[in-house]
Design a protein around this ligand. Sequence first.
Ligand code: AGP
Length: 607
Amino acid sequence: MCGITAISATKEALPFLLQGLEKLEYRGYDSAGITTIENHRLFTKKAKGRLQNLKDLLKNESVTGHVGIGHTRWATHGVPSNLNSHPHTNNADTISLVHNGIIENYRELKDILILQGYHFQSETDSEVVVHLMDYYYNKTHNLQAALQKVISRIEGSYALCIVSTIDPDKVYIAKKDSPLVIGKTDNASVAASDIPAILDYTKDVYFLNDYEIAILDKGSVAFFDKDGHSISKELTTIPYDNEAAKKGGYDTFMLKEIHEQPHAIAETLRGRVEGTDRIVLPELNNMKDQFKTFNKAYFVACGTAYHACLSGANILERLTKIPTFTQAASEFRYCDPIIDEKTLCIFVSQSGETADTMAALRLAKEKGCTTIAIANVLGSSISREADHTIYTCAGPEIAVASTKAYTTQLIVLLLLAMYIAQALGYENEHYKRIIEGIASLPERINNILKDEKLFENYAQYLKDLKDAYYIGRGLDYASVLEGALKLKEVSYVHADAYIAGELKHGPIALIEPGSLVIAVATQPNIAAKTISNIQETIARGANVILFTIDGQEVGNVKETYILPKVDPILQSVLVAIPLQLIAYYAAGIKGCDVDKPRNLAKSVTVE
Ligand code: AGP
């Protein structure tokens, strides 16, 4: 997704703009650009491709301006090209703008502006905004008033940063449904799409709400509502620094983040398990009496977070007897869900900015549901809009492929299910066993990580393959869905996950000598059934890698890995580790860029 940086300072703007864009590279992009104000003129440079291309363009330029905006573009409207990259400027070259989001009514606005004599250079939806700014500036002779008019006309999502020779010291900012954070030091005011881009400058930040306007002016920031009334905002101090966002000695962020899981899980559990029999979630204290009023629970998310939801819903239903439903956020809005004030809706998102998940959350609120967000990013949109938020404490996740965010989501979903069970009076011996098991997870994962070489060797089976099959049942099915997604996104090997019992209803037709089947059978009540399905694939020549528990081994499989003995409900957390490492090493064998897989973005802020 697009990344934005902006600065108004008493020193040169370019270093901040470029370092910030570098920190936002993880969001995925296909071109980059900057504008600074130099001697009352706009200086704009853009380049298709990597940020380095832009840096090369700027190498021999003297860029001394103190005010500027930067952008990395992830194409939505119009192909990746120099012309479509941001910043976009008005015809008089006096206003320059960067945008993240989608302007949904851009066609209608474009037609109107063309009739007014505006010339468009790009195919983007964003360019309409700069011409609209120009149009309203000509009417109001005031940039802030023009911006207010613009946000009353545009529909869709946007984070906008605008500079102009008309008011050369300032950056004008507005946002709706796209992330933007603002920071301040004594001599600079800065803004960016995400916290890591500004952390080297300041830890003191403001979060802009939808329809609010901010004006940066060399160390000061003024905030206004959409009608231009001045508003005050609270400063938040970010509790981590950029060291946490660096690779820490690992070759890639993905490998670092896989190895961080014992720590991330310990952090997520910190203060939430009391003694051997109590879950403490102060975030939900005022909900305790409400749980008995829910007659169903919906779990909604995208991608990896959706897979975490499949596990979470299964566990909540088992522990609390509340019927649960899981839905991909991109479907939720359009499937006319039967939800009301008796429905508990749980939204899971690492970034807390995913457009589909946000749209689903808003629908649930409209229908009167109680909403709980599970998010990793502090102050993210989802946490500001949901009724309650429980944070996963995974720390910044930089690799596009989610690893530690996934396992910490599983942990929070488990804690939530147990907390609700506790509130409804369902604690029993099983409940206590789970609590004991949860506390042991960081240590167990550390032990699994010691077998890394083994998983690297398992990845060799994928060396010459274009496809892989993952099978499991029940909770193991959610685990294999996530394992297959990981393999697809980082190694580009086509991987499908099937309910093991469904194989014989179709997919088994694909199995031939040499096919690779990765099977997960960790649930004692159904492991034997999965094992029969494994035998059916072996009979057709498949090579099988099996992840299972003691006592469920199978003859004739190529590899068997025995997972530590914990309550079956906790196995999804453990088996995630080897499946992530297989995907990671398969990507290495195939020579893929694991941290920034093609076509993918870390934070998907468009529908
Ligand atoms: C995970 O590896 C993916 N890259 C992706 O599926 C991700 O989980 C999804 O886009 C949801 O993101 P979120 O958790 O930030 O909402």
